[in-house]
Design a protein around this ligand. Structure first.
Ligand code: PLZ
Length: 448
C-alpha cells in the first residue's frame, strides 16, 4: 500500500490514498474563489480540488490530499501520471526544438508516430496518418477526408455518440445538455441512427444492425453517405458495448456501399481495453481509426489513420494546422508506444478487468441500484437504476461520485441519462488500490 513510485520531476509519490483535510481543503477553496472570478461558468469542474502533482495512479492536491485516480483525466493518463519514459522523452525534445510545423520543416517523430499507428491499428493494408491536436480535430479531419474521397456529403453517427465540441462534432454528438444546448445552428447533413444498446433494447447484434441500416437507408440513402462514424465502445454515452456481431454487420454494409467506416477510438484506443484498439475485440477493420487521449501521455496529440488511398485523396496543402503533431507531443507519443510494447502493458487491461469487474459484480449482487456492469479491460462502467426497473438513476450516480471524492477516489460519471459511473484507471494502478477503491464504493452505496 505504501509502494513508492519515484518520478524524476515530482519526486516520490506514495501510491496510497490519504485524506488530510476536509475536501476541498483551504488552498483549493482559495483557488476556487480566484477561478470563479477569472474562468467562465461554462468551464465547470467535476471535483472541487486543485491538482499539484501526480504519479502513477495517484493525484495529489494542493492541500496534500492523495486520491486514487479512477478517471485518468477522462482516459488520458493510460500508462500512468508522469511516466518516467514519457517525461524524459518530452523533456529532451523541449531542449532540442519545440515547434517546426510539419508543413514547413518536417521532423522524424511525426513520421515515427504515423508508422507506429499504421503498425498497431487493425488491418494489414497500407495506411497513412495525419496528426492534429485534439480528438474533435481528428473527427473533423476524418469527415473532411471521407467527403473528399467519396464526393458525398452525408455523415452517419449513432445515438448516444460523443465526438467533440466543435461545430461539426457538436452536430455529431448526441446529447444536448450540456454539449449543444444554446450553441446552434449546427453543421448539416449529420444523421443519428439507432445504436446497439443491449441493456435497454435487448436486441442481438444482427437485429440491431438491421435496424441501424434500415434507418439510414430510409432516411438518407446509402449512396449519399460519405462515412459512418462509430465508437466501438461508446464513451461519454455510457460505455455502451454493442451486441456481438453488430459492428461487423455495419462494416459489411459500409464496404458494400462505398461508405467510409470510421472507428472513433479516441477514448477506447491505445491499450485501454487490453488491445491496442478496441476494434480488435469486435473483429472489425475500420477504413479509418481515430486516436487521441492516451496517445501522448497527457500532451495534446491526435491521429487520423486510414487506408492510404483514402488518406491520399485530398490535394497537397489540403490538410494541416499550426500545432498538429507538435514535436514535444510526438516525442512523448513515441515513448508511450514504446512503453506499451516493451513493458507488455496490453496485459494490464485484462488484469484490471479481472479485479475491478469481479468487485463490481459482487457489489451488484448486494446493491439492487446497480443495474448492469459492462465494459472491457480498463474501460468499465456500472449503470445505476431505480431498483427493480431499468429506469436511469442519475441521483444515485451523483451521490456515489461525491462520496468517493470526499473519501479520496476520483470517479467519473457518464451516460445520456447521467446514470453511469465509469472506471478509466491507469494501467499502472495496482490490484491493492483497485480493491481499496472498491471498498470506498461499497461504503458509498451503503450510505445511499
Ligand atoms: N471522441 C469518443 O471520448 C472526448 C470529452 C470531455 P477532444 N471525450 C471527453 C469534455 O467534456 O469535453 C472525445 C471522445 C470521443 C471525441 C472526443 C473529443 O476529444 O480531445 O476532447 O476534442
Amino acid at each position: 500500500m505504501t509502494d513508492i513510485l519515484t518520478s524524476p520531476t515530482v519526486g516520490p509519490v506514495t501510491q496510497e490514498r490519504r485524506i488530510v483535510t476536509a475536501i476541498p481543503g483551504p488552498r483549493s477553496i482559495a483557488l476556487q474563489a480566484r477561478r470563479a472570478a477569472a474562468v467562465p461558468t461554462g468551464v465547470s469542474s467535476a471535483l472541487p480540488i486543485f491538482v499539484e502533482r501526480a504519479h502513477g495512479a495517484i493525484v495529489v492536491d494542493v492541500d496534500g490530499n492523495q486520491f486514487i485516480d479512477l478517471g485518468s483525466g477522462i482516459g488520458v493518463m493510460t500508462i500512468g501520471h508522469t511516466n518516467p519514459a514519457v517525461v524524459a522523452a518530452a523533456t529532451a525534445q523541449l531542449g532540442a526544438f519545440t515547434h517546426a510545423m510539419v508543413t514547413i520543416t518536417p521532423y522524424e517523430n511525426y513520421i515515427r508516430v504515423a508508422e507506429l499507428l499504421a503498425e498497431h491499428t487493425p488491418g494489414d493494408h497500407a495506411k497513412k496518418t495525419m496528426l492534429i491536436n485534439s480528438g474533435a480535430e481528428a473527427v473533423e479531419n476524418a469527415v473532411k477526408i471521407a467527403r473528399n474521397h467519396t464526393g458525398r456529403t452525408g455523415v452517419a453517427v449513432l445515438d448516444h455518440a460523443y465526438h467533440g465540441r466543435t461545430n461539426l462534432t457538436m452536430a455529431m454528438t448526441f446529447k444536448a445538455m450540456p454539449y449543444k444546448l444554446g450553441f446552434g445552428p449546427f453543421a448539416s447533413d449529420i444523421h443519428h441512427a439507432p445504436n446497439s444498446y443491449p441493456f435497454h433494447d435487448g436486441l442481438n447484434g444482427a437485429d440491431a444492425a438491421a435496424r441501424t441500416i434500415s434507418y439510414l437507408e430510409k432516411k438518407v440513402g446509402a449512396t449519399d453517405l460519405a462515412c459512418l462514424v462509430v465508437e466501438p465502445i461508446q464513451g461519454e454515452g455510457g460505455f455502451v458495448v454493442p451486441a456481438e456481431g453488430y459492428l461487423p454487420a455495419l462494416q459489411t454494409w459500409c464496404n458494400a456501399h462505398g461508405i467510409v467506416f470510421i472507428a472513433d477510438e479516441i477514448q477506447s484506443g491505445m491499450a485501454r481495453t487490453g488491445a491496442w484498439f478496441a476494434s480488435e475485440h469486435f473483429g472489425i477493420v475500420p477504413d479509418m481509426v481515430l486516436s487521441a487521449k492516451g496517445i501522448a501521455g497527457g500532451l495534446p496529440l491526435a491521429g487520423v489513420t486510414g487506408r492510404a488511398e483514402i488518406m491520399d485523396s485530398p490535394h497537397a496543402g489540403g490538410l494541416g494546422g499550426t500545432f498538429g503533431g507538435n514535436p514535444v507531443a510526438a516525442a512523448a507519443a513515441v515513448a508511450v508506444f514504446d512503453e506499451i510494447s516493451t513493458r507488455g502493458l496490453l496485459a494490464e487491461g485484462p488484469r484490471i478487468e479481472g479485479v475491478l469487474k469481479t468487485g463490481l459484480h459482487e457489489l451488484q449482487s448486494r446493491y439492487d441500484v446497480i443495474g448492469d456492469v459492462r465494459g472491457i479491460g480498463a474501460m468499465l462502467a456500472i449503470g445505476l437504476v431505480v431498483p427493480g426497473t431499468h429506469d436511469p438513476n442519475a441521483a444515485a450516480v451523483s451521490s456515489v461520485a461525491a462520496y468517493a471524492a470526499q473519501h479520496g477516489v476520483i470517479l467519473l460519471t457518464a451516460g445520456t441519462y447521467g446514470n453511469v459511473l465509469r472506471f478509466l484507471p491507469s494501467l499502472a494502478i495496482s490490484d491493492e488500490l483497485l480493491v481499496e477503491a472498491l471498498g470506498v464504493l461499497d461504503d458509498a452505496f451503503a450510505a445511499l
